[in-house]
Design a protein around this ligand. Structure first.
Ligand code: PZK
Length: 297
C-alpha cells in the first residue's frame, strides 16, 4: 500500500504516514514476521485483526491512560485519503502526533525471550532481581517493568535498567512510564486470563501530547506487541506455543528453512490456520465477532 503522504516510519509489518503537523496514519499490513524475517505470504485480515484489537484495548484502558487514537472511521479521515478508503478500512488508525519517548516500555508477567536470557546470565532482568531456579515460561512473583532502548534497524532492542531510563527521560517520567506500563499489563493479563489466554509480556510506546501529557501510542496488546499463550497448554519448563504463530513456526522448522531472508512461501492450509488463530484471538479477547468488526469498519 502506498499513500500520497510522507512515510515517517516503516516497521517490518506496518507503516506510519504523516498526515499533517498534528496527525499520523498508522497502517497495519497483512505481513507476518517469523524468526525475524518477514515472510512473502500475507495472512489475510491480519492487519485488520491487529487494528481491531488495538482499538478495543484502547477502549478498555481509557481510565488508565490517554491514547493517541483520533478515529479509525475512514469516513472521518482527511479528504485527500478518500481514494484509499477501501485499502485503509479496518486496518488503519488516524492518530495524534506525539513526541515519542525513546524507550520501549515492556512489562513481563512470565519469563521468556530476552528476559530469560538476561536472567540466566545475571539472575536479574533490567536490574530487577528474581528468585533462583526459574525456568522458561515461569510466572514471575509479580509483573516487572523491563524497559528497552530502540536499537538501530535490524538489531534487537537492548534491555536497560530503570535507572538508565530515568537518566534519559528524567526520574518522574520514568516512574510514570513504569506505573502505567504495569497497570496496562495487569489490566490486559487479567482480562486475557478470563478468556483462556495468558499474556506473557507486552511492549508499549508512549509519547507526550502537545500539552505535555503522557499518552499511549502505537498498537496495544496485540499478538505483534505481546506474547499470547493458550492457557490450556501452559507448561513451564519449555518454550510455550505461540497463540498466533505456532502453525507457521512448526511448518517453517519442518521445512528445513535456514532462517535467512527471503523466507519460503507458506502453504494455503498454514495460511488459513494462522488466519483462524488471529481471528480467534480477536473474538476470544473482545467477545465480539470479527466479521462484525469488518462489516462495521
Ligand atoms: C511513532 N513509531 C513506531 C509505529 C512504524 C513505527 N502518535 C505518534 N506520534 C509520533 N510518533 C509516533 C506515533 C505513534 N504511534 C510511532 N514511530 C513513531 C512505529 C508504526 C510503524 F514504522
Amino acid at each position: 500500500m502506498t499513500l500520497p503522504l510522507p512515510l515517517l516510519a516503516r516497521g517490518k509489518v506496518r507503516e506510519l504516514y504523516e498526515v499533517d503537523d498534528e496527525h499520523l496514519l498508522l497502517v497495519a499490513s497483512d505481513r507476518l514476521s517469523a524468526y525475524d524475517v518477514v515472510l512473502p505470504t500475507p495472512i489475510p485480515d491480519k492487519g485488520a485483526v491487529l487494528t481491531g484489537l488495538s482499538l478495543w484495548w484502547f477502549g478498555q484502558l481509557r481510565d488508565l491512560v490517554p491514547d493517541h487514537l483520533v478515529t479509525a472511521d475512514v469516513a472521518e479521515y482527511p479528504a485527500e485519503l478518500a481514494p484509499y478508503a477501501d485499502a485503509l478500512r479496518g486496518r488503519s488508525m488516524l492518530c495524534r502526533r506525539l513526541v515519542m519517548q525513546p524507550v520501549e516500555c515492556v512489562a513481563r508477567g512470565y519469563l521468556t525471550g530476552s528476559g530469560l536470557k538476561d536472567y540466566r546470565a545475571t539472575g536479574s532482568v533490567c536490574g530487577v532481581p528474581l528468585p533462583d531456579g526459574l525456568e522458561d515460561g515461569a510466572q514471575l512473583p509479580q509483573p516487572i517493568f523491563t524497559p528497552a532502548t530502540k536499537a538501530e534497524v535490524g538489531a534487537h532492542d537492548e534491555n536497560v535498567s530503570f535507572e538508565a531510563v530515568a537518566g534519559v527521560v528524567g526520574a518522574s517520567v520514568a516512574e510514570e512510564l513504569r506505573r502505567i506500563t504495569l497497570a496496562v499489563y495487569e489490566r490486559g493479563a487479567s482480562l486475557a486470563a478470563d478468556r483462556g489466554i495468558l499474556l506473557a509480556d507486552t511492549k508499549l510506546e508512549f509519547g507526550l501530547d502537545p500539552a505535555g501529557v503522557l499518552t499511549l501510542g502505537d498498537e496495544v496488546l496485540t499478538p505483534d506487541s505481546s506474547r499470547f499463550w493458550p492457557a490450556s497448554s501452559y507448561e513451564p519448563g519449555r518454550a510455550q506455543p505461540s497463540y498466533d504463530k505456532q502453525y507457521v513456526r512448526d511448518w517453517l522448522v519442518a521445512s528445513g528453512w535456514d532462517r535467512t531472508a527471503p523466507g519460503p512461501e507458506l502453504p494455503e492450509d498454514v495460511v488459513e490456520q494462522t488466519r483462524g488463530r488471529y481471528v480467534e484471538a480477536y473474538e476470544r479477547l473482545t467477545g465480539s465477532s470479527f466479521e462484525d468488526y469488518l462489516r462495521e469498519s
